[in-house]
Design a protein around this ligand. Structure first.
Ligand code: DC
Length: 231
């Protein structure tokens, strides 16, 4: 690890609050927040637009070399995703794109393609990076690894509220069923399945408010930074 940068890896299932918590902690620490799920979603969108089957590696692989994916940060610190220069930040946040992202993320060819982009980002600056395999594969030497989880009910309720705020009229049952399927697919796939790194701190946020969760993660970061400074 580069001594001048500090990296926090946050992994966990969808709806555990990873993105919101990681973004808030990054802002508090002055670190860059990297939402790797958004990168997989952007690949999913490109595959959808090309009319390819997202489960079919032979159909997806030829698209990858020409993919022009980039991201930057808006005035409020939120990560904006671009595909071929077009801002697709809103287009990737639909239930359909969740499924496309989950499907393409199971393909080793896609994971390999995105690995460098993620590692380079953490090499250049201090980051809070969230995803499914950050502590296990992308940044195995991260200074701090957190596995953020919550009960399926708490996660479905949160995701429903997020979608409703955007005008999506999905029901709790639909959201819970989609989430259960995605959890199963993400955890059972052969390529980089969702699991906690052995040296990760597990944090269950089911009974925590958002502020409490942010505070808990921030405390872990502060403590680890102090430990590292003392070395
Ligand atoms: O965090 P999210 O819901 O935006 O992620 C979308 C999908 O991408 C999710 O189903 C799993 C996948 N993903 C992954 O496999 N590895 C990551 N590091 C991040 C996301």
């Amino acid at each position: 690890m580069n001594d001048n940068v500090f990296s926090v890896a946050i992994d966990g299932p969808s709806g555990a609050g990873k993105s919101t918590i990681a973004k808030a902690v990054a802002a508090r620490c002055g670190f860059v927040y990297v939402d790797t799920g958004a990168i997989y979603r952007t690949v999913g969108l490109a595959v959808r637009r090309a009319g390819r089957d997202p489960h079919d590696a032979a159909a997806v692989a030829p698209l990858l070399p020409a993919l022009d994916i980039s991201f930057d940060y808006g005035p409020d610190g939120s990560q904006r995703m671009f595909l071929g220069g077009e801002d697709v930040s809103a287009a990737i946040r639909t239930p359909e794109m969740s499924m496309y992202a989950s499907a393409v993320s199971a393909l080793p060819v896609v994971r390999g393609f995105l690995l460098d982009m993620q590692r380079q980002t953490a090499r250049r600056q201090s980051v809070v990076m969230d995803g499914r395999d950050i502590g296990t594969v992308v940044l195995p030497d991260a200074d701090l690894k957190i596995f953020l989880t919550a009960s399926p009910e708490a996660r479905a309720r949160r995701r429903l509220a997020e979608l409703a705020a955007k005008g999506d009229d999905s029901t709790y049952e639909q959201v819970a069923a989609d989430m259960a399927r995605r959890d199963h697919d993400d955890a059972s796939r052969a390529a980089a399945p969702l699991r906690a790194a052995e040296d990760a701190v597990t944090l269950d946020t089911s009974d925590m408010t958002l502020e409490q969760s942010i505070g808990a993660v921030y405390d872990l970061v502060r403590r680890r930074m102090a430990e590292r400074a003392a070395l």
